[in-house]
Design a protein around this ligand. Sequence first.
Ligand code: UT7
Length: 355
Amino acid sequence: MRHSKIAGIGKYLPEKVTTNDDLSKVMETTDEWIQERTGIKERRYGKKHEETTTTMGARAAAIAIERAGIQKEDIDFIIFATLSPDYYFPGCGVLVQRELGITHKEVGALDIRNQCSGFVYALSIADQFVKTGMYKNVLVIGAEMHSMGLDFTTRGRNVTVIFGDGAGAVVLQPSDDDSQILTTKLHADGTHAEKLAYINPGSHGGYHSKRLGEEVDYGYPDDDTYGGIFLTQHMMDNAQTYPNMEGQFVFKLAVQKFPEVIMEALTEQGLKPSDINMLIPHQANLRISQFVQRKMGLRDDQVWNNIQKYGNTTAASVPIALCEAYEAGAIKKGDLVCLAAFGSGFTWGSALIRW
Ligand code: UT7
């Protein structure tokens, strides 16, 4: 059977460093609180009006393409995972295609909306395309420009201090040796969709909150007004256009689902946690990663953490961490690498890779 491998990998982190102390100047928070609860010391923010989710994705992609030893013209398909797209539509897939100048073959471009697990979902889809022989060089990008959409007041501090900007990308190709993606496992449960969400602007019209018995006033007009109501003035005035998160609820599920989905992949492959050379967990919270590490019985050198420097970069966090580990020489040919992510939806997944 045909398999795919990661033939090239790249990352891009914007230059601007924002420390916890910087944030404490605009909202009531402290370096001590942030470090104690999340492990984060600083994060990067893209340069407003110059950098976007797409441009950062393109920078990471260009490196991945070069390292894969191909030209951009060789790309057969593009998959872009993000929750902070440049536009509501069209998605970043087509924008990055234009940015990189890959328009000559009119290759397909797909956007993935799976938040923190977006890259793992994207990788799994790319893997299926390569396995079936449909495409040879699939570009997979995870990128975020969170800093444009966060609430930088005390009201938003429980979410804002966590997130950062950045991008990571890989090129998947058919494998001709043992280097390959062994398996991917994807899961979702939409029961608690609103526990970690960015719901406005949208077409929901208050439906879900009513269905859940938690009717919220979004300022929709009472009459049968047509259109233009994805976004109301009421939403703008009442801070309903920011992400919201019930942190402890998410935390408790995350520490359950990470080990579950890692074990599911290992068990299918007849492997055990001690076989993992490098676990790359989605960088949601250092405390979550440490919990998972303990639960799986892994040593420090078997888990890659970089949330201290970059915060949570959602769909970008797994490819950034994977790229960083690779560049540091912490992943060698033949190593068993495990990717795992959990986040909004809730959606979660894992991938086992023989490097
Ligand atoms: O990547 C997507 C998946 N996301 C996650 O996995 C996130 C999972 N959850 C978490 O990481 C944690 O729940 C947080 C880091 C978000 C929050 O930590 P926590 O220990 O669960 O804190 P909390 O939300 O229970 O808040 C504790 C207190 C509250 O004050 P009171 O009510 O006890 O007076 C908050 O208002 O901390 C307060 N607080 C803050 N204080 C200073 C919340 N945010 C901040 C802040 N600075 N930034």
